[in-house]
Design a protein. Structure first.
Length: 487
């Protein structure tokens, strides 16, 4: 049975959905004002893994991942320019052009990483009416106040009735010391109050009418509103990166409790961060590498381009709650590991069944399930797959055998766990793709000609083919049967 770590209770809990057979999950998506970087790949892949596993377990899953296209200000604490509006101003574009442009590019990057699209992908700007209604509910319950056209959460009042800070493990005093004291001009009662609705300054280009002012919703508002709109007042899982725990998710809890009188989320899940040479990733550190730069190898910290599946494999090699430190060397090691997995998968498809099984393959499915059930332990699943790769290689090299029934089951486990659950595109190396077939056929033909040349002692032709292919990046291995090649 699936157990997941609940950030709220700080322990692993059995997943018991609200509606039997159904699972509702909400994950904070990107703010679309720039290209997705490695830091975006981790939550996307982590919750894709969860989504895929819930589907594998037979749940009907409604997966909501939002697009933040309004209200996320430059400084998370209700200050600075809207990130989208700023980009639009600098590039002289309509804000929605910025949103569409980066949303398309985000989708393209997610497709490359084999991240499945969510069931619903709502935009904050498409849910202004619902957000206004949600703010009104909080005002009606007395946990918010209007100040000069803006609406703020009254955190002090809220904290008297509900524990504020319980998700991130902070108490109000910590928050007071952590929050920068505002100058006397502030319209907030306390520095830790957060905006539910902001009155737009005259130069602000994204604004909507509301009962309080022409303005826009506070950043935290969209997730409370869209989560409950599409998944119900109470739903199963809310996910996101650890960096969102405070203030974003803490504020979401407060908004739900204030408006509805109870919490909305049963299981809070957070993935850990990716660091680069031990440092947080950020535009100011010059270690901010977009996914496109990874795929093309266009960054000074990268030794070469890295395929999307190498990035996916690299992220899955660590448990989602542990930190991952990126370096070009670490990615090169992941690339080699992935190539070994790919080779084992290709060989598995070619294996011939024997009369009996002499290699160790029993219990693989159970072991993989046990690892996934243990809070999505993908590195252990990979370890089990690598163990079985050894058995595959033994049979492939003629040093062992596998029965028809065991071979069939082994192929099914690899399909279920490596391809469907871990989401590794191992199958695309196989037949089915016409281009790939033609390409493979042409390389085989060249190597057949080389084999003939060798038999005829025509070393000139043989070397010429080998050298030319090697130059193009092919690896050619001479074997008893003839040859093996890979790119
Ligand atoms: Zn969110």
């Amino acid at each position: 049975m699936l157990q997941i770590y609940n950030t709220l209770t700080r322990q692993k809990e059995y997943f018991r959905p609200i509606h039997e057979g159904h699972a509702g999950m909400y994950v904070c998506g990107p703010t679309v004002y720039g290209d997705a970087h490695l830091g975006h790949a981790r939550p996307a892949i982590t919750f894709d893994l969860l989504y895929r596993y819930l589907l594998h377990l037979g749940y009907k899953v409604r997966y909501v991942r939002n697009i933040t296209d309004v209200g996320h200000l430059e400084h998370d604490a209700d200050e600075g320019e809207d990130k989208i509006a700023k980009k639009a101003r600098l590039e002289q574009l309509e804000p929605m052009e910025v949103v569409q442009y980066y949303t398309n590019r985000y989708h393209r990057d997610m497709e490359a990483l084999n991240v499945l699209p969510p069931s619903i992908e709502p935009h904050a700007s498409g849910h202004i009416i619902e957000q206004i209604a949600f703010v009104q509910k909080i005002l009606d319950k007395g946990y918010a106040y209007v100040s000069d056209g803006s609406v703020y959460m009254d955190v002090e009042k809220y904290a008297k009735d509900y524990p504020y800070g319980k998700l991130s493990g902070r108490n109000l005093e910590d928050i007071v010391t952590d929050t920068r004291e505002l100058d006397g001009q502030s319209e907030k009662k306390h520095s830790y109050d957060f905006a539910l609705w902001k009155k737009a300054a005259p130069e602000h280009i994204m604004h909507w009418p509301s009962p309080w002012s022409e303005g826009f919703p506070g950043w935290h508002m969209e997730c409370s509103t869209m989560g409950t709109k599409y998944l119900g007042e109470e739903f199963d899982i809310h996910g996101g990166g650890m960096d969102l725990m405070f203030p974003h998710h803490e504020a979401e809890i407060a908004q739900s409790c204030a408006a509805l009188g109870h919490e909305s989320v049963h299981y809070w899940m957070h993935n850990n961060m990716i660091t680069i040479a031990g440092k947080k990733m950020g535009k100011s550190y010059n270690n901010f590498i977009t996914l496109e730069q990874f795929f093309k190898g266009e960054h000074e910290l990268l030794s070469k381009p890295f395929a999307p599946m190498t990035i996916r494999f690299f992220i899955l090699m660590a448990h989602y709650r542990s930190t991952v430190d990126f370096s070009s060397e670490a990615l090169e090691a992941a690339e080699k590991g992935y190539a070994r997995l790919q080779e084992a998968y290709n060989r598995l498809q070619k294996l011939q069944a024997g009369a009996e099984t002499s290699v160790e393959v029993s219990g693989l499915r159970e072991k993989c399930a046990e690892a996934m059930d243990d809070d999505l332990n993908s590195p252990i699943v990979l370890q089990h797959l690598f163990d079985s790769a050894r058995a595959i290689n033994t049979v492939y090299d003629g040093k062992g055998s596998i029965s028809a029934a065991d071979l069939d089951e082994l192929r099914k486990v690899w399909k279920d766990y490596a391809v469907d659950i871990l989401g590794l595109r191992l199958e695309e190396q196989g037949a089915g793709d016409e281009n790939r077939k033609a390409f493979d056929g042409a390389v085989d033909l060249l190597l057949d000609i080389r084999l003939d040349a060798k038999r005829n002692k025509d070393w000139g032709t043989s070397d010429r083919i080998r050298n030319a292919l090697t130059e193009l990046g092919f690896k050619i291995k001479d074997t008893k049967e003839g040859y093996e090649w890979s790119l």
